[in-house]
Design a protein around this ligand. Structure first.
Ligand code: NAD
Length: 475
């Protein structure tokens, strides 16, 4: 058992804290947002994340405690994980001011030996800065190690991603730091957690025990930025191919199946759509390009990844105009606000950007999202946007229905009911949730990404009376 403090109780920090308690450690989850800590103390779960309420209920008051005091938590711990935000600064670099503020507070509380763990996503060399900052602010030299332990969890599957990782990356520059990290993750790396009767189950984990990749600190920092940049590149790549597919009348879903079956490539993240968003990819790709600039390397590939991503949204808006002619005064039902399915996170969500652009052009929006509405209301408060209670209310009386987030329930709509509620049977799907032929059979004019528009009477051809254009042709 290790005594752990986790500083920052957001998507990463709270999940990490709950999972460390779950694998046997004594954990204090800290945040300077006293309202969030009070909610956690009351037994509430401040974010939408599967299995998290169950873990919090299981460990709160036992192995998991909450606090607003960084120094108190540091004094009572052997390992201190930093999981505060590292947003994008105006110059594109990562803003490390939250990390620095936490380092200042940690430094004053280091009395005995500690491992300070950088779990927030940070640019390469932050471990060095952190070491210097801790020493300058009074932490006794030799009393602490600084280790990098980047996090790869996905929102929506964060608990199982944490407990059943593809790999754990630990970047340590000294033996003491490496040893304590290996001890912390031992229940996963030995597989002992997976034999426990009360474990959080995962049906298809491909390892008997979690692999741990031990590197130096700089390599671990680089692994995180390079991984996110690679995934963003995969999304932009398939979106670029989708635009060719659409222009020539191919079907991007079939193309993806053919590409993704190659084990060197794999099917994941080959989903054509309205581009990547969220609190990680946009800022991490930018920050990685800034790191390259500082190394005098022009990583122009990343510039192109970002350009394709923003162009993808513009193309989707063109597609909507192509389907509906003018937007002023049009009433649009919208499904989806979260940046991806199974989360309430709307930070940098492409859905929000698309809705803002539609409102700008004079459209009236009725929108529904299963988890993202409360967060979206803080960003999108235009009188042109009405939040409704389900998919069918979004469809009622609307000129068209738009799908912007890939929630499973949006792929299982009662199409007959939706069709009867819509003013016109037009669906514009930014996530390719439906099979074109089947939805045309259900009576819809269906526009999607990288596939031909289909029409009820004449599948695979543009409908009469509607100005449909392929986005490839529009470009
Ligand atoms: P978040 O905004 O959800 O949470 C950060 C928390 O830190 C907030 O609750 C905030 O109140 C708290 N905080 C800020 N300053 C503090 C201070 N001085 N003392 C105590 N608490 C403080 O952020 P997140 O999404 O959890 O991301 C955290 C880091 O993890 C980022 O670097 C992010 O890039 C990285 N990351 C995120 C994900 C993800 O899916 N969200 C995945 C992997 C890595």
């Amino acid at each position: 058992m290790t005594r752990i403090a986790v500083i920052g109780s957001g998507y990463v920090g709270l999940v990490s804290a709950a999972c460390f308690a779950e694998i046997g450690h004594q954990v204090i989850s800290v945040d300077n947002d006293s309202a969030k800590i009070a909610a956690l103390e009351r037994g509430e779960t401040p974010i939408h994340e599967q299995r998290l309420p169950e873990l919090l209920a299981r460990h709160k008051g036992g192995r998991l405690r909450f606090s607003t005091s960084v120094p108190d938590a540091v004094r009572q711990s052997d390992a201190v994980f930093i999981t505060v935000g590292t947003p994008q600064s105006q110059t594109g670099e990562a803003d490390l001011s939250y990390v620095e503020a936490v380092a200042y507070e940690i430094a004053s509380a280091i009395e005995g030996p500690k491992v300070i763990v950088e779990k927030s996503t940070v640019p390469v060399r932050t471990c060095e800065w952190l070491r210097d900052s801790l020493t300058l602010n009074g932490a006794p030299q030799g009393a602490f190690s600084v280790v990098s332990n980047p996090e790869f969890l996905r929102e929506g599957a964060a608990v199982t991603d944490f407990l059943y990782p593809d790999r754990i990356v630990v970047g340590a520059d000294d033996a003491a730091g490496a040893a304590i990290m290996q001890a912390i993750y031992q229940p996963l790396t030995s597989g002992s957690y997976y034999a426990e009767a009360t474990r959080i189950a995962h049906a298809s984990y491909r390892h008997a025990n979690a692999p741990l990749v031990l590197t130096n600190a700089k390599s671990a920092e680089l692994i995180k930025h390079a991984s996110n940049a690679f995934l963003a590149m995969k999304i932009s790549f398939i979106n670029a191919v989708a635009n060719i597919s659409e222009a020539v009348g191919a079907d991007i879903q079939q193309v993806c199946e053919g590409i993704g079956s190659d084990s060197r490539i794999g099917p994941r993240f080959l989903n054509a759509g309205i581009g990547y968003g969220g609190s990680c990819f946009p800022k991490d790709v930018q920050a990685f390009r800034s790191v390259a600039e500082q190394c005098n390397y022009d990583f122009s590939l990343l510039t192109e990844v970002m350009r394709i991503n923003s162009e993808q949204r513009a193309r989707f808006l063109k597609k909507i105009r192509g389907a509906l002619w003018t937007l002023r005064g049009k009433r649009l039902g919208v499904l989806g606000l979260a940046f991806k399915a199974d989360t309430d996170d709307v930070r940098e969500s492409p859905a929000i950007a698309v809705i803002e652009a539609l409102v700008q052009e004079g459209a009236q929006i009725k929108v529904y999202d299963p988890a993202g509405m409360a967060n979206a209301k803080k960003l999108l408060s235009s009188p042109a946007v009405t939040y409704v209670e389900d998919e069918y209310e979004a469809a009622r009386g609307s000129d068209a229905l738009l799908i912007l987030t890939e929630w499973a329930q949006f792929a299982a709509l009662d199409l007959r009911r939706v069709r009867s509620l819509l003013k016109y049977p037009i669906m514009i799907d930014g996530r390719n949730l439906y099979e074109p032929a089947a939805i045309a059979d259900a009576g819809f004019i269906y526009h999607s990404i990288g596939r031909p528009t289909v029409h009820p009477e004449r599948p695979e051809s543009p409908p009469l009376g509607f100005a449909t254009q392929s986005i490839g042709a529009n470009a």
